[in-house]
Design a protein around this ligand. Structure first.
Ligand SMILES: *[C@@H]1O[C@H](CO)[C@@H](O)[C@H](O)[C@H]1NC(C)=O
Ligand SMILES: *[C@@H]1O[C@H](CO)[C@@H](O)[C@H](O)[C@H]1NC(C)=O
Ligand SMILES: *[C@@H]1O[C@H](CO)[C@@H](O)[C@H](O)[C@H]1NC(C)=O
Length: 255
């Protein structure tokens, strides 16, 4: 019996790992599904292509050949992303200053990664990336603004952006998209390290992306995961940035 259970658990673990890998590949489908579906959504009130000039803090987290996740510029040498986005210590890059994944943009080499020490599964899914060289600010490259410390998310809605894949092969997934999301009051985890947003029905499986949830240029969340099964209408999970802002400030300074 025990063997069976163990085997079963191993299978589940394997399955979860597969799902997680898939996530990284698919990133936040739930956030970036094609615009056509957005209007049919119960929750989403808009989805659209955006220019980097409107979100100059947005970067992609990647290596030389592969795009993993979104990330957010905190200072010229520090980028915030989700901890689970970090798959490799060597060769990790960020690309800033472009809304198109195909364009060269400005590449920053990651020198050091600091994951939140309490990171465990969906909780405290936060990491800071220190760059070898400071990013040069421009109209397309700038920092986000951190919120004040708070347990709660004080805004009712915000915008998430990213380069998540869509299911439509012809869709242009290389271009940055934004979507408006509403903060969900009912689901809070005990640690307060996460909060939820509602999204339209989509087929992301726990899409994880490291991209931002912002309101008026202030960073309230980092996209962490979406629900299983795919597209079941449950909320997506964000890292609660106001709650973790002191950790961010402390660790960004000592990087
Ligand atoms: C980039 O990441 C992909 C996916 O994890 C991996 O297959 C590839 O080897 C990596 N490339 C480099 C240059 O590290
Ligand atoms: C982009 O990078 C490629 C490869 O490094 C280079 O050949 C090309 O000239 C660059 N394009 C621009 C517009 O800088
Ligand atoms: C980021 O830039 C804004 C101005 O755009 C500034 O007010 C803020 O203090 C900067 N840094 C952080 C960490 O918020």
């Amino acid at each position: 019996m025990r063997t069976r259970i163990t085997y079963f658990l191993l299978r589940i673990q394997h399955f979860c790992n597969m799902i997680r890998l898939l996530n990284i590949v698919l990133t936040v489908l739930l956030v970036f599904e094609r615009v056509g579906n957005i209007s049919t959504s119960r929750f989403i009130v808009g989805g659209y292509f955006v220019a980097i000039d409107d979100f100059p803090f947005m970067v992609s987290v990647r290596n030389a050949t592969f795009f993993y996740c979104g990330g957010v510029i905190l200072s010229p040498r520090v980028v915030i992303t989700a901890a689970h986005c970090i798959f490799q210590d060597e060769g990790l890059l960020v690309k800033a200053g472009t809304d198109d994944l195909r364009k060269n943009g400005t590449i920053g080499k990651v020198e050091k990664v600091i994951k939140h020490p309490l990171h465990n599964g969906d909780l405290y899914d936060l990491a800071l990336l220190k760059l070898e060289e400071p990013l040069e600010y421009s109209p397309q490259i700038n920092n986000v603004t951190l919120p004040d410390f708070s347990n709660e998310i004080k805004v009712k809605e915000g915008i998430s952006i990213g380069w998540g894949w869509t299911q439509i092969p012809e869709d242009d997934t290389n271009h940055l998209r934004a979507i408006k999301l509403l903060v969900e009051d009912v689901c809070r985890d005990k640690t307060k390290s996460t909060f939820c947003v509602n999204h339209f029905r989509g087929n992301a499986c726990r899409g994880d992306s490291g991209g931002p949830f912002v309101s008026d240029g202030v960073l309230y969340g980092i996209i962490s995961s979406g629900p299983i099964p795919c597209g079941n209408g449950l909320p997506a999970i964000m890292v609660n940035i106001p709650f973790l802002v002191e950790w961010i400030k402390t660790n960004a300074n000592i990087l």
